[in-house]
Each structure stands twice: as C-alpha cells, then as structure tokens.
Design a protein around this ligand. Structure first.
Ligand code: 5AD
Ligand code: SF4
Length: 455
C-alpha cells in the first residue's frame, strides 16, 4: 500500500492516555498510526496537545472511575484552550457511548473498540464543533466474521518487542467479565495478515513478538489453528522470541505443550489464568475447568519443561466466596508456586451474571484476602528468585536502565526482568548473563562476556 502523502499544514499534536490491558496498548499504537497519517505527532505532554484521547478500560470499577476523574481534570485545560479536542475510546466508550457526552460536556467525541480506523472521519466532523458518538460494530463483521486488516499501516512505533493482536473479542462469558460486552464476539484474524505484519516488524528490528487475544489459544482462521500459527511464525528468520497472552486453561492441550519443545522461538513461559482455587467458585465463574484439570494443565507444561515460568490471574472476594473457598485459592498458590500473580478484588460489572449473584462481600473482607494472598506470593517469589541466583540466562536487551549508569535492562526467556551491570550491549541483542542477585520484582546480573560494543 502506498504511503499517504504528508499534508502541507503544520503538524498537530496528540496525547493518548491508555488505561487497562495489552489490547488497549495495542489499540493506542494503532490510533497513533492512523493519526500520524492525519499529520499528528505524539506528545507526552497534555498541555501541548491539540487532541487528547483517553483509551479507557472497564474491567473493574476503579479503572472506569479513573476515566471520569481524568475528564474532570481536563475541564480546566479545555477552558483555557477552547480548540482542544477531547475524545474517549476503548471499553468504557463502547459500553457507555453517548452517555459520556452527557456526563462530561468537555468531551467532543466517543468511539468504540471497533471504530478506531474511523478516527479521521470523526475528527473532520468534530472540527465543525459537532459532538460525535460512534460505537457501532463493523456491519460486515456481524455477518461474515470479518476483521479489518491492520497491516496496511506502516508501523513506526515498535521496537525490540512488539505485539500483534490475532483475535479480538471473546465468546466465553465468564460470569464476572465485561470483555464480551465491550469487545464483542471472538473473531480471528487471517493468518496471512498476521504473518506479513510479523515479517514487517522483524525487518524493522523487532526480535520478540507477543501474540494478543482475549482467549488467544482458541485462535482459528482459514483452517489454521493456534499451534499451526505459532509454527508459521517460528519459521520467520531473525524472530528470536515468541510469546502469547492470554490463553484460557480449557484450550490448553498437549499439542500446544509440545510446541514449547519443538518451536525454538517459543519462550518457556505461560500465563494461565486460574481465577479461583475452589471448584464451586470456578463453576459460578463459568470457567469450565476444575482444580484437578488445572493441575493437569500445569503438569502438561512442567512435565515437558520443568523450568517453564508460569503466571496467573486471581480474583478474591467473588460473590459468595467463603473463608474456606478463599483458603483453597491460597492452597493453589502454594501448590503451583506461580512466578507471578496478578490478583484483583472482585468488582461487580453492570450487565454481567455475577453482578446479579447474591452475597456480595464487603470491601474490607476482599482487602484482607488480597493482602494475605500478596504476602504469601511475596514469600514464594523471594524463594524462587533466590533459587535463580547463580544461574545463567539468555537476556534480550531492551535498552539502558533509566536510573542506573552503565546498566542495561532486558528479560529472560522466562520473562524475568533483569538489570545487567557494566553492560553497553545494544537494544535488540541477545546476551548470556550470570544472575548475581535479586530485588522483589527483578533480577540482577552480570554479562558473561564483557561487551566491546558501545551503546
Ligand atoms: N473483577 C475483578 N477482576 C476481574 N477480572 C476480570 N473481570 C474482573 C472483575 N469483574 C480480572 C480477571 C482477568 C483479568 C484480566 O482481570 O482475573 O483474568
Ligand atoms: Fe473475560 Fe473470560 Fe473472556 Fe477472559 S476468557 S476475556 S475473563 S470472558
């Protein structure tokens, strides 16, 4: 596709504030690319911007509230800069649409999760001081599983690590989750589009790709399933590392576990969201596995790759969760010994089944449970980090440490963050390191071969 011609007028500035998950970060990058073709450059400074977009998240109430408090703060800026345009995109926009325009009168436009490619059209209309809300799903998508192809956009924002969305939406309807409402039904992108986006990124210097999807391992398009897609991507020369997030345990099977052995670029690391250690709560969450099957899934991976790292998501204080059921989650955490947990207090989301369940728990009970869970996990991490001290690891260098001189940062194949002393290796290179110590959230290392390359 031909590059759009640069427009003659002076460049405008856009500031995008991103809330929530990797999918939103991914969408923000795409918005920036769309806007770059409209003669916008990115700014980190809100006061410099001609256009401010909030890319919002509604997964928990707290995330949603942040959006309205930010819009409140922006009122002052808009009063001194009346030409400033403010837009709201992402999941809150998808769910609330026009109501946002009513609730926050400084907002010029609202656009849904499927409408980011319509930003140029929206901006032209708001230039005439019109207020716009555009949250319709793409009409063809409803009929033919159509997913707009992203590949025509020339990526300029990606570096050593990049993400590629391979599916969008989710068909699972876990009872607590708002995502199926904000992102719609699951649609898989054409494998050819994914492969060509990956090739283009690797040619531009990307060494690690993380595939994104709400239920990433249920990917299937044109007869290509998830494992086959991994195999095709693994063949790309100079793509050193491949990861994916988030898989659903119900769709993790031996064929995928085998791929961790057969595909050299597939990193020995997996995120496997458990949510709860109690079978009764898992049933009420509509997760479609039991603790017994979850342990079997963990074994599928660890029997093949004992040192594989495993992370998870956990919700505490789901409606009706008893003390005993919470203890089951604690037991699961002690048994599996995850390398990383993301834990959340249950937050009732309008429109979801669980929001209608009885026995919502008081905030203080949820907070207490979360605190205990985090304390338990902190002990496990301390022990796991101590066990890694003295080991040798391959690190993909991501850049200079932002505080420490002569120190580089990167990640191991297991996704541990590492600070490497006396290292001036360039971003994008792989380096063998010796782990010499650990902080709670990162490892400390020395390069095995002192670099002669200046950074
Ligand atoms: N309350 C708390 N946590 C939630 N998550 C999703 N919905 C909710 C909710 N209503 C968590 C789940 C999910 C992660 C992305 O966010 O653990 O895996
Ligand atoms: Fe939400 Fe469940 Fe889908 Fe994940 S799998 S996005 S938790 S509905």
């Amino acid at each position: 596709m031909k590059e759009h011609s640069q427009k003659a007028e002076t460049k405008k500035k856009v500031h995008i504030q991103t809330y929530g998950c990797q999918m939103n970060e991914y969408d923000t990058n795409k918005m920036l690319e769309v806007l770059r073709h409209e003669n916008y450059s990115q700014t980190d400074c809100q006061t410099e911007a001609d256009l401010i977009i909030l890319n919002t998240c509604s997964i928990r109430e707290k995330a949603e509230n942040k959006v309205y408090s930010e819009l409140g703060r922006l009122r002052e800026l808009k009063s001194v800069k009346p030409d400033l345009k403010i837009g709201v995109g992402g999941c809150v926009a998808q769910q609330e649409g026009k109501d946002i325009l009513r609730r926050a009168n400084n907002v010029d436009f609202v656009f849904g999760t499927d409408n980011l490619f319509e930003l140029p059209k929206i901006l032209r209309r708001v230039a005439g001081r019109k207020k716009i809300s555009m949250t319709e799903r793409h009409a063809r998508q409803k009929v033919r599983n159509f997913i707009p192809d992203y590949t025509f956009l020339q990526s300029k924002t990606f570096g050593v690590k990049a993400q590629i969305a391979i599916t969008k939406g989710c068909n699972n309807h876990c009872s607590f989750c708002v995502v199926p409402f904000t992102r719609g039904v699951e649609v898989s992108r054409e494998p050819e589009h994914i492969i060509s986006e990956a090739r283009r990124l690797v040619a531009a210097g990307t060494r690690e790709i993380c595939l994104l999807g709400q239920n990433v391992n249920s990917y299937k398009a044109n007869g290509t399933d998830f494992v086959e897609l991994l195999r095709l991507l693994d063949e790309i020369e100079n793509l050193e590392r491949l990861r994916f997030i988030s898989p659903h345990p119900k769709d993790f099977h031996s064929e995928l576990a085998e791929a961790f052995i057969t595909l050299p670029s597939l990193c020995e690391q997996m995120h496997l969201p458990l949510q709860s250690g109690s079978d009764r709560i898992l049933r009420r969450m509509r997760r479609w596995y039991t603790m017994e099957t979850f342990y079997e899934k963990v074994a599928l991976l660890r029997d093949r790759i004992p040192h594989a790292t495993l992370s998870t998501d956990l919700i505490v204080g789901f409606p009706g969760e008893t003390d005993e059921e919470f203890e089951m989650t604690m037991e699961a955490v002690r048994n599996v010994r995850f390398d990383l947990i993301y834990s959340f207090k249950y937050s009732a989301r309008p429109g979801t089944r669980a929001a209608e369940y009885p026995e919502h728990l008081p905030e203080n009970v949820k907070s207490e449970r979360l605190k205990r869970l985090l304390e338990t996990q902190a002990k496990i991490i301390k022990e796991k980090n101590a066990a890694l001290t003295g080991s040798f690891q391959e690190v993909l260098i991501e850049g200079k440490h932002h505080r420490k001189e002569n120190t580089a940062t990167g990640r191991t194949r297991g996704y541990h963050s590492v600070a490497i002393k006396d290292c001036r290796i360039k971003a994008g290179e792989l380096l063998q390191v010796h782990i010499t110590g650990a902080n709670p959230n990162s490892l400390i290392a020395e390069p095995l071969y002192t670099s002669t390359v200046s950074g």
